[in-house]
Design a binder for this molecule. Structure first.
Ligand code: HDE
Length: 703
């Protein structure tokens, strides 16, 4: 519909290919010509003016009669739904799961029957404690929730990037989360566990100690959502056609390998780009670099369970990979971002109880509690029992039932019969042959509120985890604990934590106590059972030990100046891209810089907006004059000093010397400093980058 053509003074202007015209008050209107559809009300009535409310006279009061204004404002006022009570901040993507081989021997689950079959999937990654708008690099567990739309119903594997949990019984979950979230009287700190309430609860909950080792490790500050593992955490069951049960634990392994940042870097990333993880996933998928994970399963029988060191129903324990090898059974590829964040990522409802026939629960008391919570929470958040009608939640296989009505019912049973049995011959009917069959586990017991004695060892696996880390990673754990406990104001809580650490590793406890300035070490905490020393270290638990030895999917930040060597830059870019990595240019000016051959180098970031914490490695391609100028800029000096302190590989043209000197970085101090003086140096830089970080430098920079 044409905009008020009767307006005398209208002048049509073209801005970025939009047809715009000016209204009487100078405001811009977009016309509905060409491909632009006509705006309508929600009721379908075309709108003539979306810039001005209906008034009694140009300067008069607004009229109640303005249904377009009232509807627009009413809808806006109600745009927010409650954020998730946990995992509020998340980011999702579509993709598919591809089955490698038939798993029919173990499970009748339809998606595992046919090799090569692809099943659509949606994944939502999240942090746990922070609100929806909190920063991505909070030290926190990451949610890794996968919905696979199988032909026999949706399977939700609602996992985390850490294979154990804080508590053993779901009844403690509200307490855990209350303690972790901002303290209720002051409503801070946001998205942080570094406060009294959290450590008070933890220090009174020894079952959390294994998880504490994991969350104080670099696992909770991943470099990218693409570089982290996922775990189903609980023990589940596979059931085959003969109703035989096999226990199963699920693991997602990233094809690009594991990688984390360091804490000082995380703090700075949160300021420089609070959306760091989102942007990374968005950029990767939009540029066709689809992230991929392998689904691996640890399969075991009752005999293994009976002989294993710990109770397989206890979600605070793992089964080390060296004891039971995870077998790859398929891959998950994320290849499409949602069209709309709210419709898909926000409204997606994951539920642990969404399992297809052939996958079943065990009696893990955490899992049993989750099976109630995830249904309940959707009603609060999405506001109607009909949340399964939303396209992101609806199965992609045929579904038929007699559930009806309720708020926002978008499809209801048709015909006369909405009950069973009926004499109209109308379906649907249940199918004992094809329907979901639970494992007929024999049950017997007294009705009691008890924790099994087999759940009593809270320290042995925490010790095993710590012992399985490299020295660098152990140092990071000590520093993380020190940081967190330094924010705890109550000395008794700090000391209680030290008493637990003593049961895990004495040197760790001493290092933390020393940094905290605690002189009188408390006694070790009481342990219900002796802490074991005989659990073999599991190298699979270390991130550094299992580096990808590839720089694929990583990013190099190249700082350039006027007069930069254009040929060198091109060679560097080719080498980076050949490695499957990306290059971004940081320049002193937004427009970029003029190279030595007169061409313009387009900048992605201005130096203030592109600090080195956003990159995995950096290069300084500078002219002598450019380096002199940048040496006078604090942001440029920080760029170099931070890259060095964060143990990154730094390539530089010899002309960059003045900047390096001002940043107090010696050009030949270690093998991580790579001069781009000769032809082979680019290769050396790329090969070095495959190690991701030069951890040996850490001792000297005292991270
Ligand atoms: Fe959750 N958890 N959780 N959780 N959880 C939720 O469900 C809960 C637990 C996990 O991206 C909530 O839809 C209880 C373990 C992820 O939408 C809620 C217990 C693991 C997500 C809930 C746990 C998880 C949630 C909040 C202890 C790893 C985000 C919003 C018994 C295996 C899913 C929602 C998404 C979300 C309850 C413990 C993972 C309240 C009661 C263990 C990845 O239902």
């Amino acid at each position: 519909m044409a905009q008020s053509s009767s307006r005398a003074s209208n002048k049509t202007t073209t801005v970025h290919d939009l047809k715009l015209e000016r209204g009487q008050g100078g405001e811009l209107h977009q016309t509905a010509e060409g491909d632009v559809p006509v705006m309508t009300t929600a009721n379908g009535v075309p709108v003539s003016d979306d810039q001005n409310t209906l008034k009694a006279g140009a300067r008069g009061p607004a009229l109640m009669e303005d249904f377009h204004f009232r509807e627009k404002m009413f809808h806006f006022d109600h745009e927010r739904i409650p954020e998730r009570v946990v995992h509020a901040r998340g980011y999702g993507a579509h993709g598919y799961f591809e089955t490698y081989d038939s798993l029919a021997k173990y499970t009748r689950a339809d998606l595992f029957q046919r090799p090569g079959e692809k099943t659509p999937a949606f994944v939502r990654f999240s942090t746990v404690a922070g609100s929806k708008g909190s920063a991505d690099l909070a030290r926190d567990v990451r949610g890794f929730a996968v919905k696979i739309y199988t032909q026999q119903g949706n399977w939700d594997l609602v996992g985390n990037n850490i294979p154990v949990f804080f508590i053993q019984d779901a009844i403690k979950f509200p307490d855990l989360i209350h303690a972790a979230k901002p303290e209720p009287d002051r409503d801070f700190p946001q998205a942080q566990t570094a406060h009294d309430n959290f450590w008070d609860f933890i220090s009174l909950t020894p079952e959390s100690m294994n998880m504490i080792m994991w969350i104080m490790s670099d696992r909770t500050i991943p470099r990218s959502l693409r570089f982290m593992e996922g775990f189903g955490v609980h023990t589940f069951r596979f059931l085959n056609d003969k109703d035989e049960s096999t226990f199963v634990k699920f693991h997602w392994k990233p094809k690009l390998g594991l990688q984390s940042v360091v804490w000082n870097e995380a703090l700075k990333i949160n300021g420089a780009d609070p959306d760091f993880h989102r942007r990374d996933l968005w950029d990767a998928i939009q540029s066709g670099n689809f992230p991929e994970w392998e689904l691996c399963v640890q399969l075991f029988d009752q005999e293994f369970a009976d002989n294993f060191d710990f109770d397989i129903l206890d979600a605070t324990k793992i089964i080390p990979e060296e004891i039971l090898k995870p077998i790859p059974v398929g891959r998950l590829v994320l290849d499409r971002m949602p069209d709309n964040f709210f419709a898909e990522t926000e409204q997606v409802a994951f539920m642990t109880q969404n399992v297809p026939d052939g996958i079943d629960f065990t009696n893990d008391p955490l899992l049993q509690g989750r099976n109630f919570s995830y249904l309940d929470t959707q009603l609060k958040r999405l506001g109607s029992t009909n949340f399964t009608h939303l396209p992101i939640n609806a199965p992609k296989c045929p579904f038929n039932h007699f559930q009806q009505d309720g708020h926002m019912a978008m499809r209801n049973p048709t015909g006369r019969a909405n009950y069973q049995p009926n004499s109209w011959g109308a379906g649907p009917r249940e199918s004992p042959q094809r329907g979901f069959r639970s494992y007929a586990e024999p049950m017997e017991g007294h009705k009691v509120r008890l924790r099994a004695e087999s759940f009593a060892d809270h320290y042995s696996q925490a010790r095993q985890f710590f012992n399985s880390q490299t020295v660098t990673e152990q140092r990071h754990i000590a520093m993380a604990l020190t940081f967190e406990l330094s924010k705890v104001e109550t000395p008794a809580i700090r000391e209680r934590m030290l008493s637990h650490l003593l049961n895990i590793d004495e040197a760790l406890a001493t290092a933390v106590a020393d940094k905290l300035g605690v002189k009188d070490m408390p006694k070790p905490a009481d342990s219900a059972v002796p802490v074991r020393d005989d659990l073999a270290a599991s190298p699979a638990l270390s991130i550094i030990e299992r580096g990808p030895d590839s720089f694929k999917g990583r990013k190099v930040g190249v700082l350039v100046s006027n007069g930069a060597d254009a040929k060198l830059l091109k060679k560097l870019q080719d080498a980076i891209e050949k490695e499957g990595a990306m290059m971004e240019i940081i320049a002193p000016k937004v427009s970029g810089a003029e190279a030595d051959d007169g061409t313009m180098i387009a900048g992605k970031h201005m130096i203030d907006g592109g600090p080195s914490v956003l990159f995995d490695a950096v290069a300084l391609v500078l002219s002598a004059e450019g380096a002199e100028l940048l040496a006078g800029e604090a942001a440029a000096r920080d760029f170099v000093a931070d890259a060095f302190a964060h143990c990154k590989f730094i390539a530089f043209t010899p002309e960059a010397a003045p900047l390096l000197a001002k940043a107090s970085v010696e050009m030949d101090v270690d093998e991580g400093m790579i001069s781009l003086a000769d032809a082979k140096s680019i290769d050396t830089f790329i090969t070095s980058c495959r190690k991701l970080r030069l951890w040996a430098r850490e001792k000297s920079v005292k991270l």
